[in-house]
Structures are given as C-alpha cells and as structure tokens.
Design a binder for this molecule. Structure first.
Ligand code: ADP
Ligand code: MG
Length: 380
C-alpha cells in the first residue's frame, strides 16, 4: 500500500503531500567529518518516504509502517532534548530543532515508510530526519535551503536524540544529485557535485551489508572523537583538517601518545584520499579509485581500529576475487562495505563474499549496487 493510502487509513483523511529522502553510502572520507574534513557520499535509491499534513493544535503524531509500535502522540510545546524515546525521537527532534530555530511549526500528522536498512551504516536515521524536515519546510513555507535542513536535522540527532554524529549523513540525504558523488567540505559546507557515472564506465559499486548491527551510541565513536580532538590540541590546530598531508610525518613526530598518533594519521591521510579520489574522478579514471578505497580500509582497520572481522572479510575476499578495491563505509564495527568492481565481475565477487561468510558461519550479507541517486524531494 502506498504511504498516502496508509496515512489516510491511519488518520482518516488525506495527507497534504508526500516527500522522500534517501539513505547514503560514503565512498571515501571516514571519521573526517568531526575533524572539519572532507567526505564524499552518494545517495542510494533506498529512501524514507513520508506522507504529512499540518496540524494547528500543537499535536505531533508520528507512525512508521516499519515499526511495531502504534501512533506516537506528542505535544510540540513539551519537546525537550532527551524527552523523546525510541524511533519517534528522530522526527520529534526535527520539529524541536525547527521550533528552536524560530520556525512556527504547530504540529503535524506523519506516516513514514522506508526502504533504507536500519543500523546498516546507510543512514536510515538521516533519511528519516531529512524527509521530516523537508516536508515541514514546504508545508509551513519556511523557505529553507537543503543545507539548512541538513544542519537542523543534524542538530535534532545530536541534541535531541543524543547521537554525536557529524553532518555528512544529513547533507548527503538533502543535497546529493543523480549520477554524482557529493564532495563536501564539512568545515563550511562548501559542496561540489562530482560526476560518478559508474554504468558508462562499465563499473559497479556494490554495497555489502554485513548484517552486523553497529551502535554509534556506544563509547568507541566518542573515544575516537575525543582522541582526534586531543590530537588537534596537541598540534595547536582548531581541527585536524588543518594539518596538511605533506606535513603529516612532522606532525606525527610531535605526538607522543601512540593511540592519538594513529588517529591523526588516519584522519589526515583519509582527507588526502578524498582529494585524490576527486582528482581521479575529474580525470575520468574511475578504476583508479579502487586502490584508494582499499588503502582507506587498511587505515580504518589498523590506525583507527573501527573495523570488524566481517568487514575485513568482505574487503579481502572481494579483492581476491578481482574487485578493483573495497573498504568499510560509515561508522564501522559492523554495518556495510563498498566494493568497486567491473560490471562483469560483480556476480563472481558477490558469490565469493557470500561463500566466505557461509564458511565462516556469519549471517548471509545483503549485497546490492549503489546507484548514485538524487537527494530529498517532494514526490506527490
Ligand atoms: P543508521 O542511520 O546507520 O541506519 P542509526 O542507528 O543511526 O543507524 O539509526 C537507526 C534508527 O533510526 C532506528 O533504530 C530507528 O530508531 C530510526 N529509523 C530508521 N528508519 C526508520 C523507519 N523506517 N521507521 C522508524 N524509525 C526508523
Ligand atoms: Mg544514523
């Protein structure tokens, strides 16, 4: 059943419109966004769809076709950080963030249905936030730009839900365009759409969802973040993005904590890998990106230590089966990997990865091609 039909059955009247916002995979530039660095995500065809109508009585009702929970009803005036629990905190957080920013949102009825796998590192949470933000922006005539919606959505996740994520996921969901990867400078949100036409080069980017649930809320992410901040302080810079790659070995020599040294090496080198990837894509050398991905994986595995057995297995098996390169993507500790392959090698690589998972006793991974898709928009 379409999401507007679901809305009508649930609330007893027709929605005012239907909006969609995609999940994303990050091609390169990981754990760089909270260091004011560079990232390069692309939007997936998988998306959160929301049918929405305004309310003028201060009531917010949200329902998700993907959750067992019934309708969650909240008073918008009572929304305060930490007051939301469960999945409803994401859309409620967006309403809170909009009102905090002075926008007169007086309530809404919302029905959600999403095809973005949750907890797979593909940003189902950002899709949910951005679709809510866009719907309310249009219904309330707020006139906000996609990047402004992304920043408000990030604020909802950071301050209201309590997840210390960077701004990449929301920017990708709000701003990506079809056939492109999004180069984003997370310091000032400068962005550039970089052509990434895999099909015309006979290539495919596979997403391999390991089915191992990641949990960014736990201490490991916060610990990496704190380590990077300590590294920046020790080097006398505001953020690690200010350390030029050519000065990396000098910088490392000035750090005496081994853990912080590894974190700094990852961030500065991954930032550089984003720049190398852009240069390769601009030169039309899409195949050249493969080894950069694999290098990035080694850095995440060995220096930042945020990979896991299953992700390492995807990368080693895919590369052994003829992939051009592969790496974990997103926060790590599970979630997904991306694999760049020749179109004709895609089936074999998929088969080999699944066989290796079966042999190791892991749950069968979900594998699908990442077709660079468009960002959030109104659909009806
Ligand atoms: P990721 O963003 O990588 O998928 P997160 O842990 O950041 O993982 O976000 C997942 C959470 O987002 C879910 O636990 C749920 O609370 C919420 N969520 C995502 N998709 C939906 C959906 N379709 N319906 C309701 N809640 C959702
Ligand atoms: Mg998320």
């Amino acid at each position: 059943m379409s999401v507007d039909r679901q809305f009508a059955e649930l609330y007893g009247y027709a929605p005012e419109g239907v909006w969609a916002a995609p999940g994303r995979v990050n091609l390169i530039g990981e754990y760089t966004d909270f260091n004011d660095g560079f990232v390069m995500p692309l939007a997936l065809p998988h998306r959160a769809v929301a049918a929405v109508a305004r309310r003028t009585d201060g009531v917010l009702r949200v329902h998700s076709a993907d959750m067992d929970q019934g309708v969650v009803e909240l008073a918008v005036a009572d929304l305060v950080p930490g007051s939301g629990s469960g999945w409803a905190a994401y859309p409620a957080g967006v309403v809170w963030a909009l009102r905090e920013a002075g926008h007169p949102v007086t309530g809404a009825d919302v029905q959600i249905a999403s095809t973005v796998p949750t907890g797979a590192g593909l940003s189902s949470s950002a899709a949910l936030e951005v679709v809510t933000a866009l719907a309310l922006d249009e219904l309330y005539g707020l006139g906000l730009e996609p990047a402004q919606l992304a920043v408000l959505a990030q604020r909802a996740e950071n301050a209201f839900v309590g997840v210390p994520c960077g701004v990449m996921d929301q920017m990708a969901s709000a701003c990506c365009t079809e056939g492109h990867a999004l180069f984003l400078d997370t310091r000032d949100l400068t962005l550039r759409q970089v052509p990434f036409d895999l099909a015309s080069h006979g290539l495919r980017l596979l997403v391999v969802d390991t089915r191992v649930k990641h949990a960014l809320g736990d201490g490991a992410y916060a610990q990496r973040r704190a380590g990077c901040e300590a590294g920046a302080r020790a080097l006398g810079v505001r953020a690690l993005r200010e350390v030029p790659y050519v000065q990396l070995s000098d910088a490392l020599a000035r750090l005496n904590d081994g853990t912080i040294r590894r974190y700094v090496r990852h961030v500065v080198s991954d930032n550089h890998r984003v720049e190398r990837t852009i240069a390769l894509l601009d030169a039309g050398d899409l195949r050249g990106v493969g080894p950069v991905l694999t290098e990035g994986h080694a850095s995440l595995r060995d220096d930042l230590q945020v990979s896991c057995r299953e992700l390492d297995l995807v990368v080693s098996v895919a590369n052994a089966a003829g992939a051009l390169g592969a790496r974990m993507t997103g926060g790590g500790f599970g979630g997904s990997a991306v694999v760049l392959v020749e179109e004709e090698a895609a089936d074999l690589v998929t088969k080999e990865v699944k066989a290796a998972f079966a042999a190791a006793g892991h749950t069968e991974p979900r594998v699908f091609p990442a077709v660079p898709s468009g960002g959030a928009r109104r659909v009806r």
